[in-house]
Design a protein around this ligand. Structure first.
Ligand code: CU
Length: 142
């Protein structure tokens, strides 16, 4: 009995926390308005994976250069394809749909307990800035 208990404890401590998979739909419209990611905000653990699903055609997911954490690798998925990315570098990632950036198709991903950005970069299209402002006003601080 003791051996079983010790084995169980050793197994529990040997396995790191299970990395999670988070799904984001890419849509043409929902209650948030046109061209949304759903959800448009995720807070995930370092090592978790985000799967972008093209529920509607013609969308993708790409990092925004001015909203990429230090040490993070930029990415850009192909239009209309399911895309999975594992994020390890902590921080706040701004994500855009390449063809619909100007229409405000953006989302935020917080990896780890990174604080939310106090200001947004200057180079955002007005509608992207507006949607980021809406997201930031809605979500709780870490
Ligand atoms: Cu799009």
């Amino acid at each position: 009995m003791l051996r079983i208990l010790l084995f169980t404890l050793a197994t529990l401590f040997a396995i790191p926390a299970q990395a999670e998979l988070h799904e984001v739909e890419m849509l043409n419209r929902n209650a948030q308005g046109p061209m949304p990611y759903a959800p448009d905000f995720l807070r995930i653990a370092p090592g978790d994976t985000v799967r972008f699903v093209p529920t509607a055609k013609g969308h993708n997911a790409a990092t925004i250069d001015s909203m990429l954490p230090e040490g993070a690798t930029p990415f850009k998925s192909r239009l209309g394809e399911v895309f999975e990315i594992t994020l390890t570098a902590p921080g706040i990632y701004g994500i855009k749909c390449s063809p619909h950036f100007a229409m405000g198709m953006v989302m935020l991903i917080a990896v780890g307990d990174a604080p939310l950005p106090p200001t947004l970069p200057q180079d955002l299209p007005p509608r992207a800035r507006q949607r980021f402002d809406e997201i930031l006003a809605r979500i709780p601080a870490p």
